[in-house]
Design a protein. Sequence first.
Length: 422
Amino acid sequence: MKVVIMAGGKGTRIAQVNATVPKPMIPIEGKPILEYQIETLKKQGYTDIILIVGHMGNVIQKYFGDGSAFGVQISYIVEEQPLGTAGALYFLKDEIQNDFLLLNGDIIFDVDIQKFLEYHCNQRTAATILTHPNSHPYDSGIIIADDKNRVTNWLHKEDERLWYKNRVNAGLHMFSPRIFESFHEAKKCDLDRDVLKPLIKEGELSVYDSPEYIKDMGTPDRYYAVIEDIKSGKVSAKNLKNKQKAIFLDRDGTINKYVGFLTDINEFELLDGVTEAIKMINESGYLAIVVTNQPVIARGEVSVEELQEIHNKMETLLGQAGAYIDDIFYCPHHPHKGYEGERPEYKIECECRKPKPGMLFAAAEKYNIDLSESWMIGDGENDIEAGKNAGCKVCAVGDVEINNVPRYNSLLECIKAVFEQR
């Protein structure tokens, strides 16, 4: 598979770090950003690389040459005039006949590319974009997808929004060669607005959601944060080929105030200290995963769409404080019958309703999680038993007293104690 890297950006926001080289050549620990990308690709067997260069492109060409010194094969597309974030793809129409990876030249990443490619091929869409949660969704474009992971809307930073799932475009894209049908001449165009967004109404744009490490160098703060993540080993550790660690969180009474069966979105309110606690999880390298029983679905008191909106509110409130959830697993089932308006299809005995560990097992399979190195935190006995049944370490919050289980007054206290034990 060919890999195309857009390496022509000027990097006006990060110029104060180093304005003497193009953005992809800004060094981190003595190596350009672009070299880190090429090393990551080579490590996974992707060595056929096309660099699209523009601003100070001669610096890139001089450094990398034909790629042989780096164990890869590099060819170049040179923009004589700026063609935006996608215009130069026109020149690849006759060169690429198979699915290919396109990525931005200003990101540090370590992603299981083969898994991404297989997913894209199964979706059979013209394009699949890798999405992930980030710590600043309020100033990012938000990608909205349906239950088949087909994009239904794309909210840009300036678009009005209320509650939303924290999922943003990470800068990695899998394309079918059908994408070239969008290019009829070499002209300046924007990848997101002019190429990808029009695919939505045709059902030809999919998302691949991943918690793996991807960060852009758009600002000096992000640049320096990435340096620390490289030094700590966090970047490579997040690749899903490696075993992950997770902190599983109950929702009601652990993240938000307990109000009984929560059916009204207006009653959803984060508990004190929760955003700080989840930020600590995010920064630690653990996955933050919510696992919650939601019998209100089976009881007919909340629709799946209404529950999603409640979770969107949770993600929005967390994102406003720089925290994020990597995934949410919920059990919609409830075995007891006789409720007015109940939904019979959900009135079953299942393997996901806590204290059964099904949701934790599903998360472990999806994200290659080592359950023995993970934690389950909740405010009830069912949470603790589910964690034990999955082989996790356990910790309780709130008023619950469970034999031989440490208990803390808040999630923040609990997370601090967990990390002190590492």
